[in-house]
Design a protein around this ligand. Structure first.
Ligand code: AMP
Length: 269
């Protein structure tokens, strides 16, 4: 496996490839969720490139940029085990006075974007840089970050980028907790509370055909044992609020704090 440390090295490596290229961008502290993306890319492409970069511009002031989990040695071993062809680990991708990308004013500033204003500007900026460097045929993103996936698909369409964005299902622990690098922050008792996020979503999935959505939301909130709920919402796949359940077009999203840890989860129904 090649380890590439600069944008130039990635560009040169990419120029040497002739067959299909799959790309999996991550922030590291790799877990089985990331592995499922890598597996998918390996199956569908001749070459797979993974990147690990903790992108500073997507963190708001006061968020966990400085404490975000880092385990590069383990991540390298995992990528080798999965026979990743190249791992891109840049130290920085930014200059000091840059052209910047702004997320769509509506969809980029609701839900996650409402509570983390500017977050998606940073996400789209770094993803655009990475896609321009790796020029992949296919890029793999988790549907666990539902709004991120939706906005990246929109960016690729709006900016006529030549990459297919592929959304992969959320990997969960056997008890239902969505896998996340941030789960490393949770104590045992916090993990128990965190489990109520997925339990709430599963309750909603099982009852969404039986109750009107307002009542369902009110009932569902009763299951949550978290410290602070930021949102629990039902939208369609384009993030418009929904009044009634629509088969194959209903997305339930949740964000909540358990202790100091902010967790998100969702279900696509
Ligand atoms: P991150 O390192 O958190 O930026 O995540 C890198 C990619 O992995 C993103 O596309 C995430 O949506 C995806 N991802 C994170 N957690 C999961 C999971 N539990 N299941 C599937 N994909 C995931």
């Amino acid at each position: 496996m090649q380890i590439l440390k600069t944008p130039r090295q990635l560009q040169q490596y990419r120029d040497s490839l002739e067959k299909s290229v799959g790309f999996v961008p991550t922030m590291g502290a790799l877990h089985e969720g990331h592995c499922s993306l890598i597996r998918c890319s390996k199956e569908q492409n001749a070459h797979t490139i993974v990147s690990i970069y903790i992108n500073p511009t997507q963190f708001l002031r006061g968020e966990d940029l400085d404490t975000y989990p880092k385990q590069l040695e383990d991540d390298i071993k995992l990528c080798q085990r999965y026979k990743v062809d190249a791992l891109f680990v840049p130290s920085s991708l930014y200059g000091d006075d840059e052209v910047s990308i702004v997320a769509p004013q509506k969809r980029g500033y609701i839900l996650e974007g409402h509570f983390r204003p500017g977050h998606f500007d940073g996400v789209l900026q770094v993803v655009l840089k990475l896609l321009n460097l790796a020029r992949p045929h296919n890029a793999y993103f988790g549907k666990k970050d539902a709004q991120q996936y939706i906005l990246i698909k929109q960016m690729v369409k709006d900016l006529f980028l030549n990459t297919r964005i592929i959304g992969c299902p959320t990997l969960r622990d056997s008890d239902g907790l969505a896998k996340s690098s941030r789960n490393l922050y949770l104590s045992d008792s916090e993990r128990k509370k965190a489990l109520t996020l997925s339990q709430t979503l599963f309750y909603m999935r099982d009852n969404i055909r039986l109750q009107n959505l307002e009542k369902l939301l009110a009932n569902a909130k009763g299951f949550l044992e978290i410290d602070r709920l930021q949102y629990l919402q039902i939208t369609d796949y384009a993030l418009n609020p929904l009044r009634t359940y629509q088969k194959d077009n209903t997305l339930i999203t949740i964000a909540a704090f358990v202790g100091k840890t902010r967790l998100i989860d969702n279900l696509w129904l």
